[in-house]
Every structure is written in structure tokens, then in C-alpha cells.
Design a protein around this ligand. Structure first.
Ligand code: HEC
Length: 396
């Protein structure tokens, strides 16, 4: 029986290290031959026994004595740790370091911490799964597994079944391993040299990497620059560029004065806005009340008048409002003949622009409210000067 420990200890320190091998790989023709060989090879106890097959074979894990990967457990522990970290951090911020009441919640309300706890849990768990698998369990860095560069790999990826005895220590005896595999029925045996594990972070490697990144930046920068420059000039983008159009601040042969920009045509009104006037005289003719005289319109006008006009002009518009005594200005008596003769446009104008001691009401009343108030003022005037026919009940 081969004793690994004995040899390791007795090997003199000064002996030059022999060319090490990673594993000895035996090839089998059928899965049954492989399965039969596994217990024999494991009994020899020469190193880690590992199988390489083109497809999963039932019972392989038990035959090799593989234990469940600890990765799941690691991920669970780190995930819980992540959630607790997030909880602790948020609790410390919200309840201890800087307690602020938001939305009426107590500063320590844990419900609000859950989304971040979830995120950090996932973060910890995924990093554990990825890095743990690559570095802890699969033992990176390793540029290519040695079995991948074996002669047998072409067979293993098709219809052969490989069994490897992998070196566990310096004292690995490749001859004994080859012998054991042959005895177990391997048709071919191959010794795989140990992979090169010399450090790759050499100054040469770092310089090349930095140089490569620099070159990639320069090249992509130039390509980007040229793309942005040329792309608009390619068809069909170029057709849009070349079409006849008006450029602001540019000359244009289209108009007589040769200017690209023109003043709006006289009387132009912006969409959604009613025509406005430049002064009260123009307002008198240009501004016409667009609203119908309906119950709804009067209701809007009555409310707006009560809110915005009544304090000064009084409930019936006679210029005696609740504020009048305390107020220096003399609000107009809207019942006066002068204002009964006023066109709608002039009342509207007074609402929008104000007059002397009357401030503009435009900011507080919408277009609709202003014209509704105009209708309501008309109603107030008519109420105080009713004619006989106003008293007739309208026949439906
Ligand atoms: C802060 C008090 C005050 C409020 C509020 C007020 N007004 Fe006046 N209003 C006046 C005064 C004062 C005058 C007289 C201005 C002048 O002729 O010097 C006046 C004048 C007017 C005139 C006559 C304008 C003209 O051309 O002579 C109209 C119409 C009028 N108000 C309508 C309204 C309407 C409608 C409202 C509500 C949307 C309103 N006012 C809100 C104080 C007010």
C-alpha cells in the first residue's frame, strides 16, 4: 500500500521538484466498463477519482462518492447575512443616526426596509454563488482545465468514458495510477501534465492589458466620431438634410424680404387662446363673449364673482362691497348706465388688466371663469333694471 503522508514528509527539502502531473486519465469504451472500474480505482486510493463522460450517467455521483456541493448552503448563509446587513444599516440610519418621520411612519418601521433588504440579499447571494463557484469550488484561476487539452477529450465529448486519478499532493505516483487504471480495464491511459500556475499578473501582462484598453478606447473614439459625422450624410438621412426647408436665423429665397423667419400673420392667435386686444378700445370690438348664456355658465360666473369681485363691487355690483369702507379705492358702480352700455369686451378687459386701484384678476380666473363673470355681471345689471318682458315666464 502506497503511503502519501510518509513520502511527503521524508522528501528532502532540497530535491528539485519533479515535473508534476495533474492527473492520469484512462479511457473506457462503455459506461458499464467505467462504472465497474470506479470502485477498483477508488480502493487503490492514489488520488481524487474523477469521471468525464459525454452525458450524465445514473449512479455516477454515488459511485464516485461525491457529496452535495456546499454552494447552496453558502448562498443561503450569505443571503441571510445580506438581508440582515441591509436591515441593520437602514435601521441605524432611519431610527438611530438620522430619525425623520416620513409619511407619518415611525422612523423604525421595518416594512419600508424590505425592498432594500431583498436587493442586498440577492446581491450577496449572487456574488457568493458566482465567486464561490469559480474561485472556491472550481479553483480558478486556471486558463483551461488540463483535461480539455488532453488527447482523449475528442473521444470523451463523443462516445468514450474517461476516468481520471487526479494528483492530491506532490507525492502523486503517476506510474502507479496508470497501472491501476489499466488493471481496472482502461483501453488507453494518458498522463496529463500539471497546468501552468505561474502568476499571470506580471508587469508585461499589465502593460499589455493597459495598452490594449488604451488602443480600444482610441479606436472606438475615432469610429464614434466618424459615425456621428458621416451617419447623417448617408441615405436616407441625407434626403431629410437636403429637402427644401426653413432654417431659423437663415436667409431664404422663398420670401420677398429674403428672411427665413417671418412675423406671424396679422391676427394670428395661438392655439387654445382666444383673441386678445391691445387696449380697451380694441377690446370693445375685438373681444366677444364665446360662452353661451346657460345655467351652468351663470353658476360658474356667480361663484367666481362671489370669490373675486364681491368684496369690492358688492353682491349686486353697485360698488358697495364689504371691503369698500376700509379700502382707499372707489370701486366702480357696475349698475351705472356707463357700465350697462359697456360692451362685454371692455368688462373682460378690466378683469384681465385691472384699472387704477383695481388689480388684475387674471391670475385667479381662467378664461372660462372670466367670460362667465362677464355674463354674470350682465345678469346683475339686468336684475336691477328689469323690463316687463323679463318678468314673463318663458314657455318651454
Ligand atoms: C380690490 C377691489 C376690486 C376687486 C376685487 C375688483 N374690482 Fe373692479 N374695480 C375696482 C375699482 C377700485 C375700480 C375703479 C377703477 C377706476 O376707475 O379707477 C374697478 C373698476 C371695475 C370696472 C370698470 C372698468 C372701467 O373700464 O372703468 C369693471 C368692469 C370691474 N371693476 C369689474 C370687476 C370684476 C368683474 C371683478 C371680479 C372679477 C372686479 N372688478 C374685482 C376694484 C375692484
Amino acid at each position: 500500500m502506497h503511503s502519501l503522508t510518509m513520502e511527503t514528509i521524508t522528501m528532502p527539502e532540497t530535491t528539485p521538484m519533479p515535473a508534476r502531473s495533474f492527473a492520469v486519465l484512462g479511457l473506457f469504451d462503455t459506461p458499464n466498463a467505467l462504472m465497474k472500474a470506479i470502485p477498483q480505482v477508488r480502493v487503490a486510493n492514489l488520488g481524487t477519482v474523477e469521471a468525464y463522460t459525454p452525458y450524465p450517467i445514473h449512479g455516477m455521483d454515488e459511485a464516485l462518492g461525491l457529496r452535495r456541493s456546499p454552494l447552496g448552503g453558502m448562498v443561503l448563509v450569505m443571503g441571510i447575512l445580506g438581508a440582515l446587513t441591509a436591515f441593520g444599516f437602514q435601521y441605524w440610519i432611519s431610527a438611530i443616526d438620522y430619525p425623520i418621520v416620513t409619511g407619518g411612519k415611525p422612523p423604525s418601521s421595518w416594512e419600508a426596509f424590505i425592498p432594500i433588504m431583498f436587493e442586498v440579499m440577492v446581491l450577496f447571494a449572487t456574488f457568493t454563488a458566482g465567486l464561490g463557484m469559480l474561485f472556491l469550488l472550481n479553483k480558478l484561476p486556471f486558463f483551461g482545465h488540463p483535461v480539455l487539452s488532453s488527447k482523449a477529450i475528442t473521444g470523451i465529448t463523443r462516445d468514450r468514458y474517461g476516468l481520471a486519478i487526479e494528483a492530491e499532493s506532490e507525492a502523486f505516483d503517476s506510474t502507479a495510477a496508470a497501472q491501476a487504471l489499466k488493471e481496472a480495464g482502461a483501453v488507453e491511459v494518458e498522463i496529463l501534465p500539471a497546468p501552468d500556475r505561474s502568476p499571470f499578473l506580471t508587469s508585461d501582462f499589465i502593460l499589455r492589458t493597459l495598452g490594449g484598453i488604451f488602443a480600444a478606447c482610441v479606436v472606438s473614439g475615432i469610429v464614434m466620431f466618424l459615425t456621428i459625422k458621416w451617419f447623417p450624410l448617408l441615405a436616407p438621412m441625407k434626403y431629410m438634410q437636403d429637402q427644401p426647408r426653413l432654417d431659423a436665423q437663415r436667409a431664404s429665397a422663398f420670401f420677398k424680404d429674403g428672411h427665413g423667419m417671418q412675423m406671424p400673420v396679422a391676427g394670428t392667435v395661438a392655439r387654445g387662446y382666444l383673441p386678445t386686444a391691445t387696449g380697451t378700445q380694441e377690446a370693445a370690438v375685438a373681444l366677444v363673449n364665446p360662452l353661451p348664456r346657460t345655467r351652468e355658465v351663470f353658476a360658474v360666473g356667480r361663484k367666481a364673482y362671489a370669490n373675486r369681485c364681491e368684496v369690492c363691487h358688492g353682491a349686486i355690483g353697485n360698488g358697495v362691497g364689504s371691503l369698500t369702507a376700509a379700502y382707499g379705492g372707489k370701486p366702480a358702480n357696475l349698475q351705472a348706465q356707463q357700465f350697462r352700455d359697456y360692451p362685454d369686451g371692455k368688462i373682460y378687459w378690466a378683469i384681465v388688466n385691472g384699472k387704477n386701484a383695481m388689480p388684475s384678476q387674471a391670475a385667479d380666473l381662467t378664461e372660462t371663469q372670466r367670460w362667465s363673470v362677464v355674463h354674470y355681471v350682465r345678469a346683475l345689471q339686468r336684475a336691477q333694471n328689469a323690463k316687463d318682458e323679463d318678468l314673463k315666464v318663458a314657455t318651454p
